[in-house]
Design a protein around this ligand. Structure first.
Ligand code: PRP
Ligand code: URA
Length: 209
């Protein structure tokens, strides 16, 4: 069964509070999401394998380490996932980026896929699916199915805030996927919004409403 990690680093928690605050405007919201995404990437990549190498310092030869194993792929779910990509790429600049476009039908709350563009070698990459919100879980669930259908073998999911319903759905449908969260919130409201949440992530990132 996939693991669920709530990343309780004080900086992540502190910044998340300001992200939730309804008085935080678009510019600051975007900057904070970028910063939290970078901090989360630091935590999420803790278990990446390394291998020993020798490196010539100006003084002598040092036994050192470099990353080994599979290369990384980032897959933001459009549109709100875009707000977290640059933050992650600051730490993993060589990561290739694929995109999955999904929106949630406001009536049915079912995800509707409208765009998929992925690196050709996703089957040999460690993929990190990125979306600020895991609400009903429909969007993340569909995005991961979509990646697996196209050959993905290793997938992790990172979200700022989740509702228990979304976590349960992804765990049930994708027991091989580890889930990394900034916070696990209480519940969903009747419109599928996370309570207490942060409102509509896409609208707050891009200033639409
Ligand atoms: C939001 C969010 C997730 C989805 C979460 O996107 O970014 O993708 O809702 O909800 P779910 O877990 O119930 O599927 P939205 O559909 O509002 O599209 P947008 O990013 O284009 O605004
Ligand atoms: N999508 C959002 O942007 N916010 C929520 O609370 C739920 C889904």
């Amino acid at each position: 069964m996939g693991n669920v990690f709530v990343l309780d680093h004080p900086l992540i928690q502190h910044k998340l509070t300001y992200i939730r605050d309804k008085n935080t405007g678009t510019k600051e919201f975007r900057e904070l999401v970028d910063e939290v995404a970078m901090l989360m990437a630091f935590e999420i990549t803790r278990d990446l394998p390394v291998q020993d190498v020798d490196v010539e310092t100006p003084v002598t030869t040092a036994k050192a380490k470099v990353l080994a194993g599979k290369k990384i792929g980032l897959v933001p779910i459009l549109r709100a996932g875009l707000g977290m990509v640059d933050g992650v790429r600051k730490l993993i600049p060589a990561a290739k980026v694929g995109h999955v476009g999904l929106y949630r039908d406001p009536e049915t709350l079912q995800p509707v896929e409208y765009y998929v563009k992925l690196p050709s070698d996703i089957h040999e990459r460690e993929l990190i699916v990125i979306d600020p919100m895991l609400a009903t879980g429909g969007s993340a669930n569909d995005a991961i199915h979509s990646l697996k259908k196209r050959g993905a073998k290793h997938v992790r999911l990172m979200c700022l805030i989740a509702a228990p319903e979304g976590v349960e759905l992804v765990k049930k449908e994708h027991p091989d996927v580890d889930i990394y969260l900034g916070a696990m919130d209480e519940k969903l409201d009747d419109h599928g919004y996370i309570i207490p949440g942060l409102g509509d992530a896409g609208d707050r990132l891009f200033g639409t409403k």
